[in-house]
Write a protein that binds this ligand. Structure first.
Ligand code: NAD
Ligand code: MG
Length: 385
């Protein structure tokens, strides 16, 4: 029995994780769940999986959840303290980090510090604090399994090979909903246009990141840390069918790829059971039903966010954390209708221009860089504090 804690259980990845768990009740036991504000869904999950501990966003949400539950209740906590308690739950051996945004950093770091293996969906953790997290993983001797489909594909394509023989990683990107749109049309994209991803059904923030291609930029930085490879040896190919999930090119010219239907239950299951494979409810791939697999170069003019992420990665130090924070503010502003789609990368770029990168030696310094990025992005967007 693998005992797991799921941070962000009511999100897209959280729900898919519980789907996989539900198919294999003999293999997994859920010991802790955390959610933000979706108490109805959390209640259903509690009734089905009987965790001993749950955490929600605020004390009010905790009180409300307590009133909604009857019979044997789990311990109900809230806030960062609750997230940390779930991430370090004594019984858990694996933590699924599926909170969105930099809010995932502190609990993920707490899980690693407590010696838990981590199935990592929260890419922002590695974008903001990659070096500190990887050092902590080493120090604690835990395993960090990527859930992001591209990184899971790279991970699978590295098994059985020597790291020194790798020449490049090639991350694939669907291109998002606007891949074939003109610049003018992209500039006028609505929230619904941007949320309408062609191949994947995901949370709102990552859906917008996919539309701007910042998601791929965050993934380049994530890969840089996970696989300890310079960003200039990480390439991005647009692959609109999302069948090849990423590739590793070796010194002899061989390329190893991982293929499958685009369904996050595949990477989630692999992270939960590595090196074993279990049925996860992913439809088998029928290559004969596809009309072709195509690949294209990204277009930096229509999608400047990818280049901003490469720039931030090359600057290093505090720049990726500041870029990530500016992105979170700009995406929120777009989702609430305050700015247009084209203003997202502009706000990120201006915020980066106003930042002088400096070394980040502690998680507190990462959080300070995050706060600087948020503050500066709000100023750039002329929002009242
Ligand atoms: P989502 O928005 O659907 O879910 C996020 C979860 O985190 C929810 O349970 C929410 O309640 C919780 N949450 C949000 N803010 C919080 C906060 N401040 N404190 C506590 N909890 C909070 O997001 P998602 O699409 O499931 O993505 C989660 C993470 O996984 C992201 O980092 C994303 O980049 C990554 N990821 C997602 C997918 C996907 O297919 N959805 C694929 C690859 C990677
Ligand atoms: Mg991905």
């Amino acid at each position: 029995m693998k005992k797991i804690a799921i941070l962000g259980s009511t999100g897209s990845i959280g729900v898919s994780t519980l789907d996989v768990v539900d198919k294999h009740p003999e293999m997994f036991q859920v010991v802790a769940l955390t959610a933000g504000t979706n108490l109805e869904l959390l209640k259903t999950q509690i009734e089905k999986f009987s965790p001993v501990l749950v955490s929600v966003l605020t004390a009010e949400h905790a009180a409300q959840l307590d009133r909604m539950l009857s019979g044997k209740k789990p311990q109900i906590m809230h806030g960062v303290e609750g997230l940390i308690a779930a991430a370090t739950a004594p019984d858990a051996t694996m933590v699924v980090a599926a909170i969105v945004g930099a809010a995932g950093l502190v609990p993920t770091a707490a899980a690693i510090s407590a010696g838990k293996d981590v199935a990592l969906a929260n890419k922002e953790t590695l974008v903001t604090a990659g070096h500190l997290i990887m050092d902590l993983v080493q120090e604690k001797g835990v395993n960090l399994y990527p859930v992001d489909s591209e990184h899971c594909a790279v991970f699978q394509s590295l098994v059985g090979h020597r790291k020194e023989d790798v020449s490049r990683l090639i991350l694939t990107a669907s291109g998002g909903p606007f891949w074939s749109w003109s610049s003018e049309k992209v500039a006028g994209a609505t929230i619904n246009d941007a949320l309408n991803h062609p191949n994947w059904s995901m949370g709102k923030k990552i859906s917008i990141d996919s539309a701007t291609m910042m998601n791929k930029g965050l993934e380049v930085i994530e890969a840089r840390w996970l696989f300890d490879i310079p960003v200039d040896r990480i390439a991005v190919h647009i692959h609109p069918q999302s069948i090849i999930h990423s590739m590793v090119e070796y010194l002899d010219g061989s390329v190893m790829a991982q293929l499958g239907m685009p369904d996050m239950k595949g990477p989630i299951a692999y992270a939960l059971t590595y090196p074993a494979r279990i049925p996860a409810g992913v439809k088998p791939l029928d290559l004969t039903s596809l009309s072709g697999l195509t690949f294209h170069r990204p277009d930096p003019l229509r999608f400047p966010a990818l280049d901003l992420a490469y720039q931030a990665a090359r600057s290093g130090e505090s720049m990726p954390a500041v870029m990530n924070a500016a992105n979170e503010i700009a995406v929120e502003a777009f989702l609430s209708g305050r700015i247009g789609f084209a203003a997202i990368p502009v706000a990120i770029e201006k915020t980066m221009e106003l930042h002088e990168p400096h070394a980040l030696r502690t998680f507190e310094e990462v959080l300070e860089a995050d706060r600087f990025g948020r503050r500066t992005a709000r100023k750039v967007l002329k929002f009242e504090e």
